[in-house]
Design a protein around this ligand. Structure first.
Ligand code: SIN
Length: 276
């Protein structure tokens, strides 16, 4: 399989591979690429919705989103829609998907259906590297500590997006504690596992100390030398390891440039393990 690396930190684009021909043998290759590069991209993929689900299922059981209603007949697929007139975008801000769940998603697959002529790239960041490059004193402080991750409620996922619909779990709020340094269940590598969207507090620290420490770590995680940026074209696929990365969908839709165009993505997630 031919790949082009997207940045020095993470990301690999697989060249000229049609995911319709995925089988057990080449799946192994793709999964190895995913573990090594953390996010893998494919372009010009013409997949039926059934095929999209079938490919995702090779990584493990697929799941429905905690708050967002899936598409008709395929509740496992969340359609992420930024309406033409909207400036904001779902997934704006650094996060690792559903980290507030007891068992946050293992892998996420995104497929671009409609992309503005300019704007709406997604940035991914390598949280193994974030841990490696973190100040040693901070590493010692967070060793064996846990943090609380809390969902921001149904409204957070649908209110600002006119075309996103709740699955009805309006009042539900999910909250779980996870180790700040988690271990990747397949590679054994250590990962910095907090994110500014869902991580609210470090367990056992006074509020101000927790907030100072988290803000320091969030700032570190934003370092551009830990990231790669993917410019979407229609029918591109990103498969991302949600355990060892964070991502940020950039809402750079301004008048005379990206504003006035729809952006539509299909998303499927795969059930993960309890972080340890
Ligand atoms: C997300 O955060 O899951 C959305 C990513 C994107 O639309 O690029």
């Amino acid at each position: 399989m031919n790949v082009d690396l997207v940045s020095g930190a993470l990301g690999a684009e697989v060249i000229n591979f049609d995911l319709n021909y995925l089988n057990n043998k080449n799946f192994e290759e793709i999964n190895n690429l995913l573990l090594e590069h953390k996010v893998v991209f494919f372009r010009n993929q013409s997949l039926t919705l059934e095929k999209f689900i079938e490919i995702a299922s090779m990584f493990g059981p697929v799941e429905e989103h905690a708050y967002v209603k899936g598409i008709e007949k395929y509740p496992q697929i969340t359609r992420i829609i930024k309406a033409a007139n909207e400036k904001n975008q779902w997934g704006e801000g650094w996060h690792s998907d559903v980290s507030y769940d007891l068992t946050p998603s293992k892998v996420i697959m995104l497929k671009s259906l409609k992309i503005p002529p300019i704007g709406g790239d997604t940035v991914f960041s390598n949280m193994e590297l974030a841990l490696e490059t973190l100040d040693e004193v901070i590493k010692k402080i967070i060793q064996n500590k846990k943090a609380i991750h809390t969902s921001n409620g149904s409204k957070f996922f649908v209110e600002n997006y006119s075309k996103m619909e709740s699955n009805g779990k309006i009042g539900e709020q999910y909250s779980n504690e996870h180790p700040i340094i988690r271990t990747h269940p397949e590679t054994g590598k250590k990962i910095l596992y907090v994110n500014p969207t869902y991580t609210k507090k470090i367990v056992g620290l006074p509020d101000d100390e927790s907030s100072d420490l988290l803000n320091y770590i969030f700032k570190h995680q934003e370092r551009l030398d830990l990231s790669c940026r993917f410019k979407w074209t229609e029918n591109a696929i990103a498969i991302l390891d949600n355990r060892s990365t964070q991502h940020y969908a950039i809402a750079d839709f301004y008048s005379g440039r990206g504003l006035g165009h729809e952006r539509v993505m299909d998303r499927i997630s795969i059930v993960g393990d309890k972080p340890f």
